[in-house]
Design a protein around this ligand. Structure first.
Ligand code: NAP
Length: 331
């Protein structure tokens, strides 16, 4: 693709992340503009289109096939990603697809095969933590070797509350998928065995969803990773990660909020959700995607291979939720 400004179409533009991506394309990303939007919820699509001066399309197919759209962002719900990404690939349109690539290994494989058949790299995946300045610093310190080999990783993913229909499996495919990817990326190796443990569930868990869950993963070289996945922390949104190495540890900083002293109290605000915590990462991942498409960087962002690898691990974790045993990844 040449150096011209890219006209971007956003699918699911009216949702939480769809609005964030639409806003970033319209106001932040250099070399791109928000050309078109589509959302099942027409009112929300109209609002976004009006706010940024974009066209509203009648369907996902119309947006993907439009000559007015050079590249597509998929920001609709998890279960729609594989089919929409495949439709973009078959139309020859580059696509930025939110995580996960698919909700099963089999569906992810179909996207990988469609991209292989197209004969070129067309997909960047929304594993935005790879663009977060704090995770980048962690990786730089780890890769410098100054702390020796990594031994363990302690991760925490706490969301204030999850949707009513959220399932036990979605703790993996929707939430822990981020830790699966970021641990593969930080460690530079694959995860080979996984298990899940369930403590008693919180009184805030909805329906049959088991919440919280403790996800355990072991890497090829033997690094043991534990992830607390809480869908109903109640108090706020928090992402923590600490790598324990032979000669020291590396820990994500707590969100940089002012420390406030008031009457007999001292404390920091906690973000309500991901929008406040990962502002820079959401901007940088889209800028990187556009720069790659315009030939300004040769390094592609996370792609279908990463999306597929994460789905292979998530399939194993869902088996482990059912069996209670350690499960081999890809087994
Ligand atoms: P959301 O608020 O429910 O938004 C999804 C939007 O997409 C809704 O307006 C929905 O309409 C619409 N939609 C559903 N199917 C569609 C289709 N086939 N074509 C067009 N629009 C469609 O969900 P969200 O929280 O923004 O999450 C959306 C996706 O982004 C999920 O896959 C999630 O995992 C991912 N996400 C990633 C991050 C991250 O940190 N990388 C953060 C948040 C979300 P209806 O409401 O009418 O169904």
């Amino acid at each position: 693709m040449d150096n011209k400004e890219l006209a971007i179409g956003v699918l699911g533009a009216g949702g939480n992340i769809g609005q964030t991506h639409s806003h970033n394309i319209a106001t932040y990303v250099d070399g791109a503009r928000l050309a078109a939007v589509y959302d099942l919820n027409t009112d929300r699509a109209n609002e976004v289109a009006q706010r940024y001066g974009a066209q509203v399309m009648d369907s996902a197919e119309a947006l993907i096939g439009s000559p007015d759209v050079d590249a597509v962002v998929i920001a609709s719900w998890d279960g729609t990603h594989a089919a929409l990404a495949t439709a973009c690939i078959e139309a020859g349109k580059p696509v930025f697809c939110e995580k996960p690539l698919a909700t099963t290994q089999a569906d992810a494989k179909a996207v990988v095969e469609a991209e292989q058949a197209a004969g070129k790299r067309l997909v960047q995946l929304g594993f935005m933590r790879r663009f977060d300045p704090d995770y980048i610093k962690m990786k730089q310190i780890l890769d410098s070797g100054e702390l020796g080999a990594p031994l363990m990783a302690h991760c925490i993913s706490r969301t204030r509350s999850h949707p009513k229909d959220h399932t036990t499996a979605q703790h993996i495919t929707n939430i822990a998928i981020h830790e699966i990817d970021i641990c593969r990326w930080l460690l530079g190796e694959e995860l080979t065995e996984v298990a899940v443990r369930f403590p008693r569930s919180t009184c805030f868990a909805e329906g049959t969803c088991k919440d919280p869950q403790l996800v355990l993963m072991q890497s090829e070289s033997g690094v043991l990773i534990d992830v607390e996945v809480s869908g109903n922390s109640y108090y706020g949104y928090e992402i923590l990660c600490e790598l324990v190495c032979e000669k020291g540890t590396i820990r994500l900083p707590v969100a940089a909020e002012p420390i406030v002293r008031s009457y007999l109290r001292c404390g920091q605000a906690i973000p309500a959700d991901w929008t406040a915590r990962f502002v820079t990462a959401y901007q940088q991942e889209l800028q990187h995607w556009v720069d790659y498409l315009r030939g300004k960087t040769a390094a592609p962002g996370p792609g279908t291979a990463d999306g597929y690898a994460a789905c292979v691990v998530s399939d194993a974790l869902i088996r482990a939720q059912g069996s209670g045993a350690w499960e081999k990844v890809g087994g």
